[in-house]
Design a protein around this ligand. Structure first.
Ligand code: 8YV
Length: 329
């Protein structure tokens, strides 16, 4: 009977066949329009829900949770969870979950796609060609910088960082990394630890893949960019805000950096128009995990997390285990 079924809110459109399967077990309310939800709209839709499938664009904070008395689980369809106030979730007894690991390889591929495209000026070359400017062959046309045999710096050697590092072997690249804490040797996989400043100065190219938090806000700003080589490519697949966009635009414009490959931006999707005028910036709209296979795996893991909590089982990717311990007690 529908009155007694648990209610699940889905904040965006995700694989209809998966959501339809959920309808067999829950009273599901989804968002067919797929428009991003305002805080008020989110509170309205989650207000009487027992569980919610949310995405990185949905802000789950204390005022929202206070308006959702039945909520047991917020299942984020993303590995990053800077959109969720974990402390507030724990205080409200709401389990928060995410989708780690399933997106490591797709995201690492995209980091390399951006690195290669920026190093070899692919976006600029294609714009040039499509504009009908290819009239004759030129020896020095659109010269890029090389990756093979160079040194790659990875800021954030976690699950995705290690997938990026594994690919560097195919380019005979030496890998440096920086984390807040140095890793155990078995997790370094041959990458050499450096302080952030030393990494930026020594690496030929840098990929940033740290989670966003107050501690990583503008981790790469004007001072850090000035430490990098003028022939370097900077790739950001982490989160907008880890890199200071205004400082990056200034560095790219002045040629203090060769190029950047960016999947994330401060205030996205309203990115700084300064980026659009730069030939040496390769830009993608936060799609690093967006392959059919990976998005399906993310949705499936998020649904498993949600259903486990609603059925009283510990979910595979629980972010605030305190909630679980308390519930068991
Ligand atoms: C998502 C991401 O596209 O998983 C993450 O942290 O950034 C991306 O995979 C996005 O957050 C949608 O929820």
């Amino acid at each position: 009977m529908s009155e007694t079924r648990l209610r699940v809110a889905v904040t965006r459109r995700i694989f209809p066949e998966l959501i339809d399967a959920l309808r067999a077990r829950y009273d599901v309310r989804d968002n067919q329009d797929d428009l991003p939800l305002s805080a008020d709209e989110l509170a309205r839709r989650l207000g009487d829900a027992d569980g919610a499938l949310v995405t990185g664009g949905d802000r789950i904070d204390a005022p929202l949770l206070a308006a959702c008395p039945r909520l047991k689980v917020v299942s984020n369809i993303a590995v990053g969870f800077n959109n969720i106030d974990l402390t507030a979730c724990t205080e409200h007894g709401v389990a928060a979950t995410n989708t780690p690991d399933v997106l490591n390889e797709a995201t690492a591929d995209h980091a390399w796609a951006l690195l290669l495209a920026a190093a070899r000026r692919l976006g600029e070359a294609e714009r040039w060609l499509r504009a009908g400017r290819w009239k004759r062959w030129e020896f020095e046309a659109l010269m890029g910088v090389e990756l093979f045999g160079k040194t790659l710096g990875i800021v954030g050697l976690g699950r995705i960082g290690r997938a990026i590092a594994r690919r560097a072997a195919g380019f005979s690249m030496r890998v440096l990394y920086h984390n807040r804490t140095r890793l155990a040797p078995e997790l370094e996989g041959g990458a050499e630890y450096r302080t952030l400043d030393a990494l930026l100065a020594e690496a030929d190219h840098v990929i940033v893949v740290v989670p966003y938090s107050a501690a990583t806000h503008h981790l790469i700003g004007a001072r850090e960019l000035a430490l990098m080589k003028p022939t370097a490519v900077l790739v950001n697949i982490a989160r907008g805000g880890v890199v200071d966009d205004a400082a990056l635009i200034a560095a790219l414009r002045a040629g203090r950096l060769f190029a950047a490959g960016l999947d994330v931006f401060e205030n996205e999707p309203a990115l700084d128009p300064g980026f659009l005028a730069l030939e040496n910036a390769v830009l993608s709209p936060h799609i690093a995990s967006s392959t059919r296979e990976t998005r399906a795996a993310m949705a499936q893991l998020a649904i498993r997390n949600l259903e486990d909590v609603l059925a009283g089982r510990r979910p595979p990717a629980l972010l605030n285990p305190e909630v679980w311990e308390r519930r068991r007690a």
